[in-house]
Design a protein around this ligand. Sequence first.
Ligand code: ADP
Ligand code: MG
Length: 483
Amino acid sequence: MTANVNDKYTVVIGLEVHAQLQTQSKIYNSDSAAYGGSPNSHVSVITLAHPGTLPRLNRKAAEFAIKMGLACNSGISRYQIFDRKNYFYPDLPKGYQLTQDRTPICKGGFITITTKAGERSIPLNRIHIEEDAGKSIHLDNEPDTLIDFNRAGVPLIEIVTEPALRSSEEAAALMTEIRRLVRYLEICDGNMEEGSLRCDANVSLMLKDAKEYGKKVEIKNMNSMRHVQRAVDYEVERQTAILEKGEQVISETRTFDANTGETYGMRTKEELNDYRYFPDPDLSPLEVSEEWLNSIKASMPELPRELKEKLVSKYKLPEYDAKVLTQSKELAQYFEAAGSFTSNFKAVSNWLMGPVKSYLNEKGIEADQLPVAPQVLAQVIELVDSGKISFAAASQKLFPELILSPHIKPAELAQELNLVQDSDPDSLLPVVEQIMKEFPLKVEEYRNGRKAILTMFMGEAMKRTKGKADPKRVNELFLQKLS
Ligand code: ADP
Ligand code: MG
């Protein structure tokens, strides 16, 4: 597609993001909300909505939703009802889903995203709570569909943005920010592969000078940042081609196939259900008291942006470091923990962004699972700063060994591995003086201005100490004696 065709249209995207809340029990009863479990083992008559059973709201789920709303600067509704959304589907045991149609728990607000172009705030329409459905399982070569109701009734929040995103990059950036927020808040594990965080993307195009949005297509249930980005890219191309032919885009629901990178139509808007929403008569309305709201506000953890500011102002880290370290809550917490044992904050940051992060990435773990404790890393930094071992030896030899033996003191392990450098002037000075005595002509040349000779002196000293001398200290001694 040529560049000027793309320049003709504005891309309009709105996301509907579902996040599974990490509560112990389900949203309207006490069945376990844990992921997995043997099929249909987390299922009571209330999950199945047998006659005579009554749902009761899990207040933790509401609390988690309110936390997300506070993190997004949303207004918190003080009085809410729950609505039945009626439709038939095999994985929906009640024949309706309990959701919030007219009175979402959070209204408005925004989430700030970061892309190559910088920061931008994306306005939210709402955040509401609802229940998840069960799972239909289709096995290869089996004619029957199996149903697992364990997930039915697991609490969800649905975050609905305004149609304010303008590119697939922005859509992926918003998902990334939502994942970071829910993890900082500890309300959802953000695990997209297991489906705890998933997203529907609404996509439309309009001419650059148009006043009204075009017809939108909704792409359902994507469970990775890359899929969101690829699906939107594909959809933009597809819709551009349709509009360029002078045809109309049909409002429909589509699905994304990660294998082909294409989207496929599932159903058009005309085939959509009329959900016949009505207030659930069995659930009493939820009132959020001033007192409760205040206690939730008081329990809010530091958010990534606040923490980033703090890393810059309190620990004097460069912006870049603060940004990298706050990508993950665990990494930022590790930084602060190590920072309480050493004042060389920049060294802690370098370690975390360098050797530590490569190790974490390789193992696919977070910083709280790093075998080397923050206090121990601080000790390693002290060893380097005092010239006992070089950074190269510390990062390439000592650190990998510490991971295997995290309970041995770094200083002892460095001894054992023969990494300790000699930085004692009493033993280094004789070496320096000896070299100067053996090379009087070189000393004279140096004093006449050939400063490069120092490199040769240094090499000689390292050779004679079998590489054990602290190069910084030797360098100092030569400069002293040669001047
Ligand atoms: P519907 O009534 O079809 O469910 P809503 O107005 O409730 O549509 O919006 C659902 C989602 O679609 C929201 O995330 C919203 O931002 C997005 N959206 C609405 N209109 C458009 C549009 N023309 N193009 C892209 N996204 C849109
Ligand atoms: Mg809608």
